[in-house]
Design a protein around this ligand. Structure first.
Ligand code: CTP
Ligand code: MG
Length: 474
């Protein structure tokens, strides 16, 4: 069961129902606001009932502060007070968070048994009263307006099931249904460029990535780093990786057609394909950043002209990849002959990057795949509807994301990278999550018809960071 995020999650159940245990297995300590915990903060311990008024005053103010920032908040109390529930629901709804009521329908005898085993059991009469009140509110909950009501019996209170890893796939498709590529967009290689590149690629191969894509920009883009950070010419960098004995597909994501005449890009991709025995792909786009063009003395025409160039560029590349040397004429491209040796070592998939309607039309008409720069399922669906009007190429997505070992690690990374963006907004925008959460997301994307995901993370410091991502490919 996957719960929405960010969300207000209110736990409802008698003592010993397993509320705190359930919450601790799924959420970070800071995300859980517990009346027992706060009794221990302002009183002598979690069972200090004399501290209840102070503990609940604190609880309400913590709930308000967190929800106001759009942060996931789990309220761990008995949940039996309808007035409090209504207030939390109201605050969360106004803050635009999803709302979830989790009812713990643990059998009464199990609650009693667990209660009896505790250091300071709740008196039997009190527990009996809680159990009775809990039964009474089960039907009220439906009418309260929760976004989602989850009922847990003893069984389903167990931890979230994992997607089991399948055996190795020659295509390197994960058991979630996607091939996962590593998108390398930052190069913190210090004084050892070639060692850094080699180690990252070997780690990606060992981690089961289907391929490695290098970003193609002339200056590091502000979304990723500083203008003086190294950003290599990608075909030269890929040439170095071609010398490694990996099974990785290698290519760019994306090469703007404005950087090099398309025939020259075709030459580079064909050479890479020959050197790797057919392991090259070619991401192409219309380019978008005026500054890098100006600095490198390249012209940067308007969007329509660039898209025309993209279309003619792909036609040219495909003509040069095709067998034989005959003349080519069509789609605005005239070539007196198509002599391009060495021949590619295999088919070179052309992946067209971008979300615009015209870009999708070009991908469908001339490309082998599109690469959407969104991995949001609703947006992907909406773009697919447009794409399918024009044709049926493969669908790949660029997933600029944050991946953590566990929930604490995820939020530490969000805090590190969010800059001035509020944490909740950054986490949502970057799909921040654990490896397991990403695997569920990938399964959802596969269901929509996506075939490959290119994962770009801001934490790609080197080979160890790549190894940490291994779970994504299983
Ligand atoms: N427990 C268990 N199996 C579960 C859940 C809980 O054996 N699936 C045990 C816990 O280890 C704990 C006891 O049952 O010793 C009560 O669980 P807890 O999560 O603390 O219950 P709560 O609903 O939080 O109880 P309270 O309202 O008293 O805080
Ligand atoms: Mg508890």
């Amino acid at each position: 069961m996957r719960l929405p995020e960010p969300a207000l999650i209110v736990l409802i159940g008698p003592s010993g129902a397993g509320k705190s245990t359930w919450a601790a297995g799924r959420y970070r300590a800071q995300e859980i606001v517990s009346s027992d915990g706060l009794r221990g903060v302002v009183g002598s311990g979690p069972n200090d009932l004399d501290a209840s008024i102070d503990a609940f005053a604190l609880l309400e103010s913590i709930v308000d502060a967190r929800l106001g920032r759009g942060l996931t908040t789990v309220v761990d109390t008995l949940g039996l007070d309808a007035g409090r529930r209504r207030r939390w629901l109201d605050v969360a709804s106004r803050a635009g968070l999803a709302t979830v009521a989790v009812l713990f329908d643990t059998p009464a005898e199990e609650c009693r048994r667990r209660n009896a085993a505790r250091d300071r059991p709740v008196p039997a009469r009190v527990l009996a009263d809680q159990i009775k009140r809990h039964r009474g509110i089960r039907s009220d909950i439906e009418a309260e307006g929760w976004g989602l009501v989850v009922r847990l019996d003893q069984e389903s209170a167990a931890p979230v099931p994992r997607i089991e890893a399948a055996g190795p796939d020659p295509d390197r498709r994960g058991s979630h249904g996607l091939r996962v590529f590593l998108q390398v967009s930052r190069f913190p290689w210090g004084a050892e460029p070639i060692a850094w590149l080699r180690d990252v690629a070997v780690a990606a191969d060992e981690a089961g990535f289907a391929g490695l894509a290098v970003m193609d920009h002339l200056i590091q883009i502000p979304q990723v780093g500083r203008a003086w950070d190294p950003i290599p010419e990608p075909w030269v960098a890929l040439g170095a990786l071609a010398a490694l004995n990996t099974g990785l597909q290698l290519g760019t994501l994306c090469t703007p057609v404005t950087f090099r005449p398309p025939g020259i890009t075709a030459k580079a991709a064909a050479t890479l394909s020959a050197l790797t025995g057919g392991r090259s792909f070619l991401g192409v786009g219309a380019g978008w950043w005026a500054r890098e063009h100006a600095v490198f003395g390249l012209s940067f025409p308007g969007p329509r002209e660039r898209l025309d160039e993209l279309e003619r560029g792909i036609v040219t590349m495909k003509a040069l990849f095709a067998p034989g040397t005959k003349a080519f004429s069509g789609d605005g491209v005239e070539l007196p002959e198509t002599t391009c040796y060495p021949r590619p070592g295999g088919a070179i998939p052309i992946i067209v990057g971008g979300n615009g309607n015209r870009t999708l039309q070009i991908a469908a008409r001339h490309g082998d795949a599109c690469n959407l720069t969104t991995s949001d399922p609703d947006r992907v669906l909406e773009r697919l509807a447009v794409l399918r009007r024009y044709g049926d190429p493969k669908v790949t997505v660029l997933d600029t994301t944050v991946v953590g070992r566990d929930r604490d690690d995820v939020w530490a990374r969000v805090e590190k990278h969010r800059g001035r963006i509020p944490a909740a907004a950054f986490a949502k925008r970057s799909n921040a999550g654990t490896v397991d959460e990403h695997r569920h997301r990938f399964a959802e994307l596969a269901e929509l018809g996506v075939s490959d995901v290119f994962v770009a993370t801001p934490d790609l410091g080197g080979a160890e960071a790549v190894a940490d991502l291994a779970g994504l490919t299983a």
